[in-house]
Design a protein around this ligand. Structure first.
Ligand code: ADP
Ligand code: MG
Length: 366
């Protein structure tokens, strides 16, 4: 690769084969607050890499820097021969098309059906006709176990189904890199386990590079090939899953063991390590997926979903953001991250730093 000469030798603890994304000395600040400091690692091609860290450590910020939604104060992020923070908008747009993203709650448009939500990036970013779009949408819905739920609205399906719809949408442009921001957030352990099986299965079938951020140890144990651990602004350690679980670094040990005493505060689920018998729902209909998950003990969370939807309407917030569809990468996505999702991972509303992609392009072209 052309850029390797300009890079220093990997400083990661382990030799990472064939990097898809090379991160060098990444530092991100918001005013006086340093969120990420001097992060260096390689995200290997075709593998599942997990970035673990307690809530508020900067996992979402990390993903946004990689996609070019936030600009770091220092450092480089190489994807192929492109250094993302240094790219002009037009090129940033192209690099961003390599990414599919599953945002924390799926970030679906509440007034659009599952079908239209999934078709959205195709209608927005390609010139494909409706017949071709239909083939692609149905193929992706089948991959995530959602066939038969096309006409449902987000408010009518379970939290697990919403994640799947978000995942189908993340897949429609056949991304090289798929990012998952806390795929397990807001899901019970059963639905999480089934979603994890699907992620593994998709990785095997598609061969895409996957970058998952989470604070859930069960997810790490199940899906990761590589794990990086973020703590107090820094990357404590990055290595293969085995290296990480064998590590004798105190913080890593404590976090991965899910121990409750130690420097880090944990979520309670973390240390149970209990995985229900789960398998991939690849190719299943929504009904089959749902009944499989129920049989394994998943709750009916549609009630909760409806309440959330009502709350969203009531206080004028746009959680399931209708309208203004074109900012899928920007505004809509950020808004969807706002409300707490049961793990205390609420985020401040933000405006200043993140510039919606379309706006940047308009500025550039206008
Ligand atoms: N756009 C922003 N402006 C100011 N502060 C931000 C912004 N985005 C994130 N932060 C802060 O950065 C820290 C890390 O946030 P985040 O990446 O969302 O954590 P998490 O690991 O839970 O995903 C938090 O303290 C958060 O308040
Ligand atoms: Mg986050």
């Amino acid at each position: 690769m052309a850029h390797t000469q300009t890079l220093e030798k990997p400083e990661a603890d382990s030799e990472t084969p064939d990097p898809e994304i090379s991160i060098r000395h990444l530092t991100k600040r918001f005013g006086a607050q340093t969120v990420l400091e001097d992060i260096t690692c390689d995200i290997p091609k075709g593998k599942i890499t997990l970035m673990l860290g307690p809530s508020g450590t900067g996992k979402s910020v990390f993903l946004k820097n990689i996609m070019g939604l936030l600009k770091p104060e220092e450092g480089e992020i190489w994807i192929g021969d492109k250094n993302v923070p240094a790219l002009p908008h037009r090129e940033l747009y192209e690099v961003r098309r390599k990414f599919g993203v599953l945002f924390q709650d799926g970030a679906l448009f509440g007034s659009m059906s599952v079908y239209d939500n999934t078709a959205f990036p195709l209608r927005e970013h390609t010139k494909k006709g409706e017949r071709e779009i239909k083939d692609i949408v149905m193929e992706k819905l089948e991959m995530v176990g959602l066939v038969g739920a096309e006409s449902k609205l987000p408010g009518e399906i379970s939290g697990g189904m919403k994640k799947r719809a978000g995942l189908a949408r993340a897949l429609v442009l056949d991304p090289e890199i798929i990012m998952f921001d806390e795929p397990d957030s807001g899901l019970d352990p059963v639905r999480t386990a089934f979603l994890n099986e699907l992620i593994l299965d998709l990785n095997r079938k598609l061969g895409s590079t996957m970058l998952v951020v989470t604070h859930d140890i069960a997810t790490a144990r199940r899906v990761a090939d590589y794990i990086g651990m973020l703590y107090l602004r820094g990357l404590v350690k990055f290595g293969t899953k085995e290296e990480m679980f064998d590590s004798d670094i105190a913080v890593v040990r404590q976090f991965l063991a899910g121990a409750t005493d130690g420097p880090i505060g944990m979520s309670e689920e973390a240390d149970q390590g209990r995985q229900p018998q789960a398998r991939s729902s690849y190719g299943m209909t929504a009904e089959e997926t749902e009944s499989m998950e129920r049989e394994a003990g998943a709750s009916d969370d549609r009630e909760a979903a409806r309440n959330e939807e009502d709350r969203g309407r009531g206080d004028g917030s746009r959680k399931w953001g209708r309208g203004n569809g074109s900012r899928i990468w920007g505004r809509e996505a950020r808004e969807s991250e706002g409300p707490p999702d049961g793990d205390g991972d609420s985020e401040p509303s933000r405006t200043a730093e993140e510039v919606p992609l379309d706006q940047m392009l308009e500025e550039e072209e206008g």
